[in-house]
Design a protein around this ligand. Structure first.
Ligand SMILES: [Zn+2]
Ligand SMILES: [Zn+2]
Length: 136
């Protein structure tokens, strides 16, 4: 249910606020952290945050990191042509690096074809240490 990004979607005020909170964050945020940061903007209930998150996910403007149950703003919302999204998650500083890789995509696509598996969504999450943390 991902909308193609042929144009910038019109966001409601709440959606824009949630997207702004994620864009300004240093790392992934849980829905409750987002709620805490937006209390001054009139957010009161988790449902308000979840509704906005759902729409932003539909628009492809943010991603959900399954293993952390947290959300990040998409690093490049205009170049997901149905490709594979991968995240390198640093367990030292919490930074998330989003990237895509055509070779990985082709390999996984080949496996799916050979096995008659219809892949609908692939997300790769790599956990470890970023170069900054390793150098510290
Ligand atoms: Zn993205
Ligand atoms: Zn790090």
């Amino acid at each position: 249910m991902t909308t193609p990004h042929t144009h910038t979607p019109t966001l409601t005020r709440n959606q824009a606020l949630v997207l702004g909170a994620l864009s300004n964050a240093d790392g992934p945020l849980s829905a409750y952290t987002i709620l805490d940061r937006l209390r001054d903007d009139g957010f009161r209930a988790p449902l308000q945050v979840y509704r906005a998150l759902d729409k932003l996910l539909d628009h492809g403007l943010i991603h959900r990191l399954e293993s952390l149950n947290a959300f990040v703003a998409c690093a490049h919302p205009h170049c997901h042509a149905g490709g594979i999204i991968a995240f390198a998650i640093c367990e030292g500083c919490g930074q998330v690096n989003e990237f895509s890789d055509a070779v990985v995509r082709d390999r996984l696509g080949g496996w799916a074809r050979e096995n008659g598996f219809k892949a609908e969504k692939t997300t790769i999450e790599i956990k470890g240490r970023c170069s900054t943390c390793l150098a510290a």
